[in-house]
Design a protein around this ligand. Structure first.
Ligand code: SF4
Ligand code: SF4
Length: 369
């Protein structure tokens, strides 16, 4: 009961942010504050996923971009987040492989101490017992682990490594869960899967194995790109897979997407690869009939070059270290212009952070974590 009350109390600042988003979206009063800050600390990664520009560059043997965020820049960003968002903000290190970025562990501790829901996403390749114990001792809010299938022959089409990558990622999940239990920590795990033509028949196996375990949820994301093999063409069969996933939810498996979100994935693939625009600066181009995107009221994206964006595909609203505070960037002229662009954008980009999920659904997942 005490645990439940603590969770409800922790959820109040998040709920307040939802109210601010609704007011800002429906009235002329812009009172929203970011509830999600996504940080790409560096473009370095130890993987070779062909569906990702970083993995593609690794496959070609190209040298990674040497520019990366410094601990000082992230500390300045954290001060800005504290000032702008207070509590009730998820701060995530993702894209690239955050565990190869040296300041990660110190920054996780600092973010946790500032009261953020701090998290990072990893491919899990280096998460052996000792590293998992370190993570559990920090006890972040959440750790994301990317896994496309339990079957090596499927997973390694999307995430080729050395034939052992799938087992390394599965071991990472098990190591984190064991370390969490041993440390008495309460961090949650979020297993992230890109739904593609390669793996969609098998993703239920990930859900069945992990998503009913305490503090573990599964987040699906549809493939975005122009690789024909990755696109889901048999949308009739895919719709059946989606209905099976919805059934698994009713059996207690935690899925971080509403029934509507899941069924919308079918519509997304039905529209065809050629209808989905993958280019940046997309506002005003021919688009799908998607609902209005709220990202300009909810999120901040910070890249390794310290640029700050509201939508990851649009021009920045500022840069850390250039003399503007985060609050000034969030409320400034550039941000207002981006929000107008975002309001005009109807691309069905299906970023998981832009999906409309009811407050009830979010609250349920939050309490189940
Ligand atoms: S692990 Fe992530 S960042 Fe690295 S290549 Fe794969 S998708 Fe890209
Ligand atoms: S839907 Fe939102 S996040 Fe996606 S491109 Fe448009 S404005 Fe950006």
């Amino acid at each position: 009961m005490a645990n439940f009350v603590q969770k409800v109390a922790a959820g109040v600042p998040f709920f307040a942010k939802e109210v601010r988003v609704a007011v800002s979206d429906r009235t002329p009063f812009m009172i929203a504050r970011p509830r999600s800050v996504n940080i790409l600390p560096s473009k370095r990664c130890n993987a070779f996923c062909p569906m990702c520009p970083i993995g593609e560059a690794n496959l070609k043997g190209e040298k990674p971009d040497p520019v990366e965020l410094t601990a000082g820049q992230v500390s300045e960003l954290f001060d800005g987040i504290k000032d702008l968002s207070g509590k009730g903000v998820v701060v995530s290190f993702a894209d690239g492989e955050p565990t190869v970025w040296k300041p990660l562990w110190d920054m996780l501790e600092r973010g946790r101490d500032l009261g953020f829901a701090i998290s990072f996403t990893t491919n899990g390749y280096t998460m052996k017992e000792a590293q998992a114990a370190r993570v559990a001792s920090i006890n972040p809010f959440n750790v994301g682990v990317s896994l496309e299938s339990l079957r090596g022959e499927i997973n390694e089409i999307m995430r080729p490594l050395d034939g052992k990558g799938t087992q390394k990622t599965i071991d990472c999940i098990e190591n984190l869960l064991a370390a969490r239990d041993q440390a008495g920590a309460d961090m949650s795990l979020n297993i992230k899967t890109v739904l593609s033509g390669v793996n969609y028949e098998y993703v239920h196996e990930i859900v069945e194995r992990f998503a009913a375990r305490p503090g573990v949820m599964w987040t699906p994301q549809p493939f975005r790109g122009t690789d024909d093999r990755m696109w889901i063409h048999d949308t009739k069969r895919f719709a059946e897979v989606i209905e099976h996933l919805i059934t698994l939810r009713t059996q207690g498996h935690k899925i971080n997407a509403s029934d509507k979100n899941l069924r919308d994935f079918v519509t997304y693939f039905e529209a065809g690869m050629e209808r989905v625009d993958n280019a940046p600066n997309r506002s005003g181009e021919e688009t799908l009939d998607a609902p209005r995107c709220q990202i300009g009221f909810t999120s901040i994206f910070v890249t390794q070059d310290a640029q700050v964006r509201l939508c990851p595909y649009m021009e920045p609203v500022g840069r850390i270290g250039d003399g503007q505070t985060l609050r000034q960037m969030w409320t400034g002229k550039a941000a207002q212009e981006r929000r107008e662009q975002i309001a005009a954008c109807k691309v069905d980009c299906e970023l998981s952070c832009t999906r409309r999920t009811s407050i009830l659904n979010k609250a349920k997942l939050f309490l189940q974590r």
